[in-house]
Design a protein. Sequence first.
Length: 632
Amino acid sequence: MTITASSVWNECLSFIRDNIKQQAYKTWFEPIKPIKLSGEALTIQVPSKFFYEWLEEHYIKLLRVALVKQLGEDAKLIYDVRMENSYSSNNPHTLKIPSSNRNPIKTQGVTFPLEFNKRELKNPFIIPGIQKVKIESQLNPNYNFESFIEGDSNRLARSAGIAVANKPGGASFNPLLIYGGVGLGKTHIAHAIGVEIKDKYPDKTVLYISSEKFTQQYIDSVKGNTRNDFIHFYQMIDVLIIDDVQFLSGKTGTQDVFFHIFNHLHQNRKQVVLTSDKAPVDMQDIEQRLLSRFKWGLSAELQVPDYETRVSILQNKLYRDGVEMPDEIVEYIAKNIKSNVRELEGVLISMIAQASFNRKEFTLALTKQIVDKFVKNTKREVSIDYIQKIVSNYFQLDVATLQSKTRKRHIVQARQLAMFFAKRMTKASLASIGSQIGKRDHATVLHACKTVDNLTETDKQFRKFVEDLTKKTYFLIIIMTKILMVCLGNICRSPLAEGILKSKVFNFRTFVDSAGTGAYHLGENPDRRSINIAKVNGIDITSQQARKFSVKDFDDFDHIYVMDNSNYKDVIALARNEEDKMKVKLILNEIFPNENLDVPDPYFSGEFGFKNVYKMLDEACDLIAKKFNPNG
């Protein structure tokens, strides 16, 4: 009997059907078509790139076992991805992508010493009921050394990262501190080190965590009287990777506990990897004993990539996405976008979206149009220094007085307003804002923002200060239409809606933000699953932070879209008049007018909750974008 692609795939399907749920089988395997069998390589056609990525993330192990059963140990799988949105015609085209063949990063087990056998040890990630604690590495396997392009700007950091991955804890680079500006690849290298270690040393326990999450876990341990458990847990890690360590600034309790964890790991030849936006010598409000330990190993700087590296990064991104683009366009982007890698990739994503949605070919004219918007947007961003000048001039002060330690009421209020507008109008962290406005800590900035919100609602004169300064600062940005997305906690649906709409509204006269009606997650980043589903679709929402909806949002925004009827009631309850109420709309009414349907909470929507919510919001945002996007 002749072996064909269809016969091999049918045998694979029989095995797969017996090992997954029926609904999952129908959703993810029935639409697949076998295309070609060449030796041990089977080519299958999948409906979309999202489909391919979902299979790679969730079913690669099952697919590998099924193929090996039919074709032997050398079996290979190639995806033929059907792309409905062709850049130059109405006919669909396909691109071929080989399976990554990378095993998913497994949950790690850590066995704790005998002295803990009499009681349960608290895992700050999961509350376990047994002594062998399961630890998710929190690593993203897509951030690996293969996808990190080397150049003069990053060679030292990349080489040091590879050396650490080859011999964790044994090299002289312990700790390894990688520092540099926004969007230069610090997080990518940090993940790549962890991914490489897990590939080479599967038995080692690797953990990636942001400094903010580390701080929150420490606070929870103090509240729960489990501080010692928290310390012992981290002392059992073989490779600890902490991102954005500069956010430990001013947090003395967290610094103290990290000092003890660091000492234990270092003395036991366990590897520590840190990232920061600045060198140790420039870090403020961090204890000297910690700073001196940061300098024990190697501090490697990531610099802005040069022209050749930028071209290589763009070409690599296009290759991995299966997209072809003329060299002159790639070179034009590389020449004009110089600040960081994230902006380079942002231009590519915008171009692919524009060409796909509007059925346009990649042209130099389209490239110039999109690049101009990125460059203008960068120039238009308001700095913290400029905000301090505006506020100082308004109150007839000089900047030095604004930053001084005086407690005179009118100066304190001016300083608080400067912090408030800096948080509202820049991407700077609370610690960075405080550092630039009189060397205050992040808690002072948070207190200032809350005070401004409270006084705006209770003090008529203070409200006038805010209104006047709002006009002065917004005049700098020249924003014509302002849209707010609202859900309950502001970490799931509304940040997704914000990110999706931003990706669709290509003109810079539209400002999009999000907020929550509850006060559950203030200051937190979006839920990891929201971040992941957005990332799969080329959208980055990692920098968003949850905030609470306030009455002032009626003044600041022209359109307020809420996710469900409960949010609608909460927002309408704060409306001061009919004009405020007219601004509030249920987002799904854009698709189903007057039906008042809810965007379901993905936490309670089954296995594919986040995917379905994304589809709903994507369709609704398409319709919203057409109202405000001149190209739509």
